[in-house]
Design a binder for this molecule. Structure first.
Ligand SMILES: Cc1cc2nc3c(=O)[nH]c(=O)nc-3n(C[C@H](O)[C@H](O)[C@H](O)COP(=O)(O)OP(=O)(O)OC[C@H]3O[C@@H](n4cnc5c(N)ncnc54)[C@H](O)[C@@H]3O)c2cc1C
Length: 483
C-alpha cells in the first residue's frame, strides 16, 4: 500500500468524518493536541462540513448553497486534513485504510486515538425504478440539483404542448414524512408557487405536490396535535398528504403507490421528480472495523462515548453522532439510545473532546447527558411549527424560532453572518428564482465553439438569372393577395 511522505508522523488523533461530530471534535482538540506534540487528522471525502438542517432551505432558494457548508481549511487550521474515505479500521493495530477522493491508491494511516464520526447515509428499500428516478436530500449537491430541477421543469412545462408530459413535469413527489421530508416539500412548494407567479404560461392549479408517508402520522418529533395541524396546513396549500401509503414502483417515472397494510393500489401517475427522505441508517463503513456493532448497525459506545462491547471498553476508540448508539440516560429511542439528530451530535462532540483529553491524564470521564430541547421546523416563508421545552408554536412565531435556533446553531461566526444575510436579503428582495442550467455539462458550449466545423459543401453553380424571375413574380403576387 502506498505511503504518503508528506503526512505527519506525530502521534495522531484520527477523526473519521467531518460532520457535526468530526468538525467540533477536531476544532476543540486541535490546539491542545498540537501543543502536546500530537496532531489531529480529519479524513472526509468532502472538503467541507454540511449543515444538513439547511438543505431544504437551500433547495427552496432561501440560502445560498455555499453558505450552508463550512470549509475545513478555513476553520481547522491546526488539523491535518485528508480528502478521502476511511474504508476500514484495524484498531488492534491502530491502523486505518484511506481511499483518496482523487481516486489515487489506498494508503494506511496509523493513529493513537480514533474518533468514529462517519454519520449516517440515506436508507432505501429495493423498490424498482427508485435508483433511476429518485434523488435524496443528504448532500448540498442534491439540494442544488433539486432546486434547479424544479425551476427548470416549470420552465420546460411552460412550452410543452403535450398534456401528459406537462403534467409529469409539474408533479413532485416526496417520500418520507419526517422533518426532512416535510420541510423539503413545503420549501419546494413555496418556491414553485413563486416561480409560477412569474410564468404566465403555467397555472398554479397545474402544480401537483404529493407527500407519501408509510405511518399513520407525520413528524414523530412533535406532538400529535401539531402533526395534525401540519397535515391540515399542507393540505390547505394544495399538498396531497397520503398517510399509511408506500411507494411500490417508480419504473419509467411512473409512480405506483400502495395502501398499507393491505397493499392495494392507492394511485398511479407519472412524475419527473421523486425525492426520497424516508430515513437514514448508520454509515455501513463501520462494518469494516473491529469495533462492536449493535443490531441497528451502529458502533456500540458507553455513556462516556468510548467504544465498548461485551468485553468492556476498547481503549483509545471513541464514537458519537448518527453512527453511534449513544445511551440516552434521559429517555430517547425505545432501545434507550439517543435519536440521531444535530442537537445530540453537537453536544456529544463537545463531551467527546473533553473526555478524550481527560483520558490522556487518567482523569475521570464524564457521562453524556442531554434532555432533548424540542424541535423546530420551517415550511417556507413565515410558516413553521415548533415545540421548545414543552412550548408549542405554529405559523410565524414557529418560523422565527426555527430561524433563530438554526441561525445560532450554524457553526462559525463567518457562516452565521452569511446565512443571516441571505435571510435578510430574501425578506427584502424576495426569493432568488434564478436557476443554473447545464451544471452537468458546463464545457459543452466551449467544446462546441472550439470544435472545428466541417467545411460547407461547395456552392452549386448559380441558376441562370432568367430562371429566378418567375419565382420573384409569384411571391410578389402572393404578398399582394394577402394584403
Ligand atoms: C435534510 C436534513 C434535515 C435535517 N434537519 C435537522 C434538524 O432540523 N434538526 C436536527 O437536530 N437534525 C437535523 N438533521 C439531522 C442532522 O443533520 C444529523 O443528525 C447530524 O448531521 C449528524 O451529525 P454527524 O456528525 O453524526 O454526521 P454527519 O453530519 O452526517 O457527518 C458525517 C460525515 O462523515 C463523512 N463520511 C462519510 N463516510 C465517510 C468515510 N468512509 N470516511 C470519512 N468520512 C466519511 C461525511 O462526508 C460527513 O461529512 C437533518 C438531516 C437532514 C439530512
Amino acid at each position: 500500500m502506498a505511503l504518503i511522505p508528506t503526512l505527519s508522523n506525530r502521534p495522531r488523533v484520527l477523526v473519521v468524518g467531518g460532520g457535526y461530530v468530526g468538525l467540533y471534535t477536531a476544532f476543540n482538540l486541535q490546539k491542545k493536541i498540537a501543543k502536546s506534540g500530537g496532531i489531529v487528522t480529519l479524513v472526509d471525502p468532502l472538503p467541507y462540513m454540511t449543515y444538513q438542517p439547511f438543505l431544504p432551505e437551500v433547495a427552496g432558494g432561501n440560502i445560498e448553497a455555499r453558505h450552508a457548508v463550512v470549509s475545513y481549511r478555513r476553520h481547522l487550521k491546526e488539523t491535518e486534513l485528508i480528502q478521502g474515505s476511511v474504508t476500514s479500521i484495524d484498531h488492534g493495530n491502530r491502523t486505518a485504510v484511506i481511499a483518496p477522493a482523487d481516486g489515487g491508491d489506498n494508503f494506511e494511516l496509523t493513529y493513537h486515538d480514533v474518533v468514529v464520526a462517519a454519520g449516517a447515509i440515506t436508507r432505501t428499500f429495493p423498490i424498482k425504478g427508485l435508483a433511476e428516478t429518485g434523488i435524496g436530500l443528504k448532500t448540498i449537491e442534491e439540494a442544488v440539483a433539486l432546486r434547479n430541477q424544479v425551476l427548470s421543469l416549470i420552465e420546460e412545462a411552460s412550452t410543452e404542448t403535450d398534456p401528459a408530459k406537462r403534467k409529469r413535469a409539474l408533479t413532485f413527489v416526496v417520500v418520507g414524512g419526517g422533518f426532512a421530508g416535510i420541510e423539503t416539500i413545503a420549501e419546494l412548494e413555496d418556491m414553485a408557487r413563486d416561480a409560477v407567479k412569474l410564468n404566465h404560461r403555467v397555472d398554479q392549479s397545474e402544480l401537483r405536490f404529493v407527500l407519501v408517508e408509510a405511518m399513520g402520522r407525520i413528524m414523530p418529533e412533535v406532538t400529535e396535535s401539531q402533526a395534525l395541524w401540519v397535515v391540515e396546513h399542507l393540505r390547505s396549500r394544495g399538498v396531497e398528504v397520503l398517510l399509511n401509503t408506500s411507494l411500490d414502483n417508480a419504473e419509467n417515472k411512473n409512480i405506483k403507490l400502495i395502501n398499507l397494510p393491505d397493499k392495494s393500489v392507492a394511485q398511479e401517475f407519472d412524475a419527473e421528480t421523486l425525492i426520497w427522505t424516508a430515513g437514514v441508517m448508520a454509515n455501513p463503513m463501520v462494518r469494516s472495523t473491529d469495533f462492536p456493532i449493535e443490531p441497528r448497525g451502529r458502533v456500540s459506545v458507553n455513556v462516556n462515548l468510548q467504544v465498548s462491547g461485551e468485553f468492556g471498553v476498547i481503549e483509545n476508540a471513541w464514537a458519537a453522532g448518527d453512527v453511534a448508539a449513544v445511551p440516552d440516560v434521559t429517555g430517547g429511542l425505545p432501545d434507550g439510545t439517543c435519536v440521531p439528530n444535530a442537537q445530540h451530535a453537537l453536544r456529544q462532540s463537545k463531551r467527546l473532546a473533553k473526555n478524550l483529553w481527560a483520558s490522556r491524564f487518567n482523569k475521570p470521564l464524564k457521562g453524556y447527558k442531554h434532555k432533548n430541547l424540542g424541535a423546530v421546523a420551517g415550511f417556507g416563508q413565515w410558516k413553521g411549527v415548533a415545540k421548545i421545552m414543552g412550548i408549542q408554536l405554529k405559523g410565524a412565531p414557529a418560523w422565527l424560532a426555527h430561524r433563530g435556533y438554526h441561525g445560532l446553531a450554524m457553526p462559525t461566526m463567518e457562516r452565521k453572518i452569511r446565512v443571516l444575510t441571505d435571510w435578510f436579503v430574501t425578506m427584502i428582495t424576495g426569493r432568488d428564482l434564478a436557476q443554473l442550467e447545464n451544471l452537468q455539462a458546463p464545457r459543452s458550449t466551449f467544446v462546441s465553439a472550439a470544435t472545428p466545423k466541417p467545411k460547407p459543401a461547395a456552392a452549386a453553380p448559380a441558376e441562370p438569372a432568367k430562371a429566378a424571375e418567375p419565382a420573384k413574380a409569384e411571391s410578389k403576387e402572393k404578398a399582394a393577395a394577402s394584403k
